[in-house]
Design a protein around this ligand. Structure first.
Ligand SMILES: C[S@@+](CC[C@H](N)C(=O)[O-])C[C@H]1O[C@@H](n2cnc3c(N)ncnc32)[C@H](O)[C@@H]1O
Length: 230
């Protein structure tokens, strides 16, 4: 796929920019994943976090920003659907998995209503975003960095489409606690996760001189946000 591939309708309310919108790894586990991450015990046991921790961070990105928002690897919006429904910002929610996007669509248009006009659901690849440089006022990606081996390429591509002066928000799972380390290393064996990074290694992905960076840790999750310098 090139950055100029046309964006075209795929299925009701969902667009694609992929030459070959074939199955993604999350397609076969979309429903299961979304149920799991919605449970209190999963987040507490494996990451020592709560859904409220994720939602408070996402609220800053989605509600307390202004302009255009891109969410990369948005999934089924388990933590964020209510925030996207509530925001007045124009939002593009991108994911490689059409099954995850269908769950997102159902959450956004509960009761069979049409999708809110300020939301676009787009099937695409996080490593080849179909947007020019400096497009979005806010770029966010929640629970994704740890999935990839080529983490720096992912972060660089996300920040490429962020405008100078724009804000970014990422959170990622890390090796901070032993249970998390064991869980992530086990999932890595079956190619579900990328190389397991510590908090410091994850924050270092944002070490470019063009970025202001802040971060904090809850349990094994590192929350990283900041601004691209004008
Ligand atoms: C762990 S889930 C996180 C979903 C959501 N952001 C959340 O916080 O619940 C990771 C998501 O990234 C998507 N994903 C994985 N690889 C991708 C890629 N190369 N491009 C776009 N999305 C991708 C998966 O389909 C999945 O929906």
């Amino acid at each position: 796929m090139s950055h100029t591939d046309p964006i075209r309708p795929l299925t009701r309310g969902i667009y694609t920019c992929l030459d070959n919108p074939a199955r993604a790894s999350y397609d076969c586990k979309a429903g299961y994943y979304e149920r799991l991450v919605s449970t209190r015990w999963f987040n507490r046991f494996f990451w020592d976090t709560s859904r409220q921790d994720y939602q408070a961070f996402a609220a800053d990105a989605i509600l307390r920003s202004s302009g255009t928002v891109l969410d990369i690897g948005c999934g089924g919006l388990a933590q964020t659907a209510h925030l996207y429904r509530a925001t007045g910002n124009d939002c593009i929610l991108l994911d490689r998995s059409v099954e995850m996007l269908k769950i997102a669509r159902a959450r956004l248009s509960g009761g069979g209503r049409p999708l809110p006009a300020h939301i676009q659901l787009l099937q695409g690849d996080a490593f080849q975003l179909p947007f020019p440089d400096n497009t979005f006022d806010t770029v966010c990606s929640f629970g994704t960095i740890h999935l990839f081996d080529n983490k720096q390429a992912f972060v660089n591509e996300a920040l490429r489409v962020l405008k100078p002066g724009g804000r970014y928000y990422f959170y990622s799972m890390t090796s901070q606690r032993k249970i998390s380390r064991v869980f992530m290393s086990s999932l890595r064996l079956i190619h579900e996760f990328g190389e397991v990074y510590s908090v410091a290694q994850t924050v270092a992905l944002f070490g470019q001189p063009s970025l202001q960076v802040k971060s904090y840790v809850i349990g094994s999750t590192v929350f990283i946000h900041g601004q691209k310098i004008k």
